[in-house]
Every structure is written in structure tokens, then in C-alpha cells.
Design a protein around this ligand. Structure first.
Ligand SMILES: [Zn+2]
Length: 473
């Protein structure tokens, strides 16, 4: 198996723009088992297929009618001299996993603080930890380790929440660009309802700092190829009307831009939003009123929704980050994913660390499966259960839709960026492949429910090899 070449590393030039490194890059052809999601109801598995990636990191062909990498190279113009990668019998290519909701500064708190509910957890763990990123050197130290771990766990795209600090947020953006992770990043905006000094001086400063971060990200990655800015009100209960209105204005001034926020996480949080924003029929009406609701809006949780919320969400085409692990750990409640999907609302999966204790989207798939089954136990209605094909979709294409990146990543359609994992389920790890698997879907299920970073041998973002256990071998 040849695996020597990968596209050149990206570097930040003197002018701050993203430029490719100097080493020569090649077209590549992968041959072997290729798996991706076609729709909520269909996982497409090619037992033997070839996939061609050009030197810009884009997919040029997915061909199931060839018997070898060499045959694919001969057949497809421009690939005659491509590097050939033939997968081993228990390996497969799978799209990069997409985490639609993760709190970068909370990474050191992973697995801690589950004793309390959301309010207690914020006050005892999150607020002091997030406030500590006023020390930008901490951001340098934590974010380098975190981004590396994220990539090793197969998260090629992540929508990150940061802290209230523009400098620390810019460090996060620089780090993601350096490591080659596709990301959506914004500075968190908080004025009220927080503790341990984890709030900003006033609305003007909060808006100005968000503007600075947007400007920085657009400078280091002008085309938004990897790092994309967003506007980030923490939630309706932390951002009073004057700041929410200012962020709405900034959103309009910065179009096209994404929005990340929390919504309807607990009944108390909904109640506090209504106290701060008097007169709105629903949480969704509030965000919509301030111009923060649209197809580029990513909303975490969406558990305690009213019929009116769902109506506005569907109408405005927002996306939902379903954080099953976090919602269980903090006993927030069950997000009714089936109901959202039935209304045509986009849904992806999020890890929501550190309220969730795992940065792995494989774990998020398992937790989403379990939460959907608990809904069935609770209601007696089997319709709540998410099918395996749906879990695969949510972790890849669903996440891409929520991040407004479905034209770029999420599966192996020709023209998309090659964000992919080379998975090996034949290793000495937790996966008990033993020859009794009756088909390739069984291999995929064993990886999803039993695998971890050990089975992720290579991680590609935009064709660039960025992580994976083979890099450390
Ligand atoms: Zn969150």
C-alpha cells in the first residue's frame, strides 16, 4: 500500500492569507471498500470502487466499475500518473465526521461536573474555566492539544464555541488553520446571567470584539476554505435586547455569515429568556426578530420546543445540533429528532464538550441512538427510534447541512472536498471483527458502536493528510 504523498501543508503567509506549502502535490486514486451516506434512508456501500482526488484535494470520480487502482488510473484522464492507494480487506473509506457543536475552552473540564444540572454546571465549572482564557497563553496550550485530538477522532469539520475573549478566539482560529481542520468559529457574547466574571463590559464592546474576530478570520482565510467566522450569542438568557439587536445588525453587515447559539436547553433557561426578552411568543420568535435566524443558523439542543418554535425553525430553515451525550449528562431532556426531521428541519450531531464527556462523533451517534430509544421506552411509540442509516446521515451529511457546507463536504459526491477517514476494523482494538460478519454493513456497525481513534488510520481534510494513527506509527 502506498501512502507517501499528501497535499502540502497550509501556512499562514506574511500577509496573513492562506497559501499552500511548497512541496509538489499529486493526484491520488484510492481503491477498495468505500462507504458514504446517500440520504437519511440509504447508506451506499461499494465493496470495490475507486475514488480519484485531484491535487487541489477535490473528488474527481467515484467509479464502481473498475477492478484495481491501476485500471482507474488508466480510465480517468489526468490520473495516469496518480499515486495509488489500495485498501486492505478490513479497511474502508468513510466521510469525515462533523461535530456541529463543541466548546473549545471547556476541553480541560471533560468528564467533570456531571453532579449538577445546567445552571449548577455553568456556575461551578464552565464560567470559571471560560473566564480563565483572558490568559491567551492558556488558549495556545489547550487549543493545540484539543484540535489534534479532535482530528485523531475523525472530526474533520467542527463548529466551535469559544470564550468571550477575542484574542483567545483568534488563537483558536489560527490553530485550526495550522492543523488543517475545517471549522466555524465565533467569539462568545455574554452580558448577563453568568458568574465568575465570565461576561463582557457592555454591548458596544461585545459587538466590537465579535467584529474583530470576524475580520481576523476573514484575513487568515479570505475564501473561507477552512476557517469560517460566525456570530455567537451564548443564548437568549445571556444576551439582553440591545446586544442581541447589535449582533443582528453585525450579522446583516457581515453577510454571508453563520450564527451559532443555544436554544431551549432547559425549562429554566427558556423561562430566563422570556424574562429578559419580554413579549415574544417563543424563543424562535426572539432570535428571528433580531435577524439571527436563517439557513446559516446552528442551534444547539432544541429540547423544550413549542409548536411555534418548530414552525418558525422550519420556515427559516435553521439547523439543529443534537447533543445527546450532554443532554443526558446534565439531565436536560430528550431532543425529539424524529419530530424535527419530519418537519424538514436540518439536524446534525454535536459533542457539546464538556457538558458531554466525549469528543468523538462515534460516541455522539451511539448516544443519539440511545436517546431516541429512550423516547420509545417513555412513549411506547417505536417511531422515535433512529435507524442506523439515519445515524450515519446525521454524523456526516446532516452535520454538513447544519453547517451550510453540504455542497462542500458530507459524502463522496464528485466535486466535493476530500474530507475522509481511512478506517481499519481489523486491528487489535475493541472491535471484534471475527469473520462472522455477514456483510459490509456489519463492519460499519461494528466500527460505529465499538470503534475509537485506534481504528482511524488516516484523516484527510481537503485532500490533506492531517492526522491518524498511521502518522504516529
Ligand atoms: Zn453548548
Amino acid at each position: 500500500m502506498s501512502d507517501s504523498a499528501s497535499p502540502p501543508p497550509y501556512t499562514v503567509s506574511n500577509t496573513g492569507s492562506l497559501v499552500p506549502g511548497s512541496s509538489k502535490s499529486l493526484n491520488r486514486v484510492f481503491f477498495g471498500r468505500i462507504i458514504h451516506s446517500k440520504s437519511l434512508k440509504e447508506v451506499e456501500i461499494f465493496p470495490k470502487a475507486s475514488l480519484g482526488v485531484d491535487d487541489k484535494g477535490n473528488i474527481q470520480f467515484l467509479d464502481a466499475n473498475v477492478d484495481s487502482a491501476a485500471e482507474a488510473c488508466a480510465k480517468h484522464p489526468g490520473f495516469a500518473n496518480a499515486e495509488k492507494v489500495t485498501l486492505k480487506p478490513l479497511q474502508f473509506l468513510f466521510p469525515g465526521l462533523i461535530d456541529t457543536h463543541m466548546h473549545a475552552p471547556q476541553y480541560p473540564n471533560m468528564a467533570l461536573g456531571m453532579e449538577g444540572d445546567l445552571k449548577e454546571w455553568c456556575e461551578n465549572w464552565t464560567d470559571p474555566m471560560e473566564a480563565s482564557y483572558a490568559d491567551t497563553s492558556k488558549a495556545h496550550r489547550v487549543y493545540r492539544e484539543m484540535v489534534q485530538k479532535e482530528l485523531e477522532n475523525g472530526s474533520t469539520t467542527v463548529a466551535y464555541n469559544s470564550s468571550i475573549h477575542p484574542d483567545a478566539t483568534n488563537v483558536l482560529a489560527d490553530t485550526c488553520l495550522e492543523f488543517g481542520q475545517r471549522t466555524v468559529i465565533g467569539k462568545l457574547c455574554i452580558l448577563v446571567g453568568s458568574t465568575h466574571g465570565n461576561w463582557e463590559k457592555n454591548a458596544e464592546q461585545s459587538i466590537e470584539d465579535e467584529r474583530k474576530v470576524v475580520k481576523h478570520i476573514r484575513k487568515i482565510d479570505p475564501e473561507g476554505k477552512l476557517v469560517m467566522p460566525c456570530i455567537q450569542p451564548r443564548a437568549g438568557s445571556y444576551v439582553p435586547p440591545e446586544l442581541m439587536a447589535g449582533l443582528g445588525d453585525l450579522c446583516r453587515d457581515s453577510e454571508p455569515i453563520r450564527v451559532q447559539a443555544h436554544m431551549c436547553e432547559t425549562p429554566l433557561e427558556v423561562e430566563n429568556m422570556h424574562k429578559l426578552h419580554d413579549g415574544f411568543e417563543s424563543y424562535a420568535d426572539m432570535y428571528n426578530h433580531y435577524g439571527l435566524f436563517g439557513p446559516r443558523t446552528i442551534l444547539a439542543h432544541c429540547i423544550h420546543l413549542t409548536e411555534r418554535d418548530i414552525e418558525v425553525m422550519a420556515e427559516r430553515k435553521v439547523g439543529v445540533a443534537h447533543n445527546a451525550n450532554s443532554n443526558t449528562c446534565l439531565t436536560d431532556g430528550w431532543c425529539r429528532v424524529r419530530q424535527l426531521l419530519d418537519k424538514g428541519i436540518k439536524v446534525g450531531l454535536g459533542t457539546d464538550c464538556s457538558a458531554g464527556y466525549s469528543i468523538s462523533i462515534l460516541n455522539a451517534m451511539r448516544q443519539a441512538s440511545n436517546v431516541s430509544r429512550h423516547l420509545t421506552i417513555h412513549t411506547g411509540d417505536p417511531a422515535w427510534k433512529l435507524d442506523f442509516e439515519e445515524l450515519v446521515y446525521l454524523a456526516t451529511m446532516g452535520g454538513a447541512e447544519v453547517c451550510s457546507l453540504d455542497h462542500t463536504v458530507g459524502n463522496f459526491e464528485v466535486g466535493k472536498a476530500f474530507d475522509a477517514l481511512l478506517v481499519d476494523v481489523g486491528l487489535d482494538d475493541n472491535i471484534n471483527t471475527n469473520g462472522f460478519e455477514h456483510d459490509d454493513m456489519a463492519l460499519l456497525k461494528k466500527w460505529v458502536f465499538m470503534g475509537d481513534d485506534r481504528s482511524i488510520r488516516k484523516v484527510f481534510v481537503g485532500g490533506r493528510l492531517v492526522a491518524g494513527k498511521d502518522l504516529k506509527a
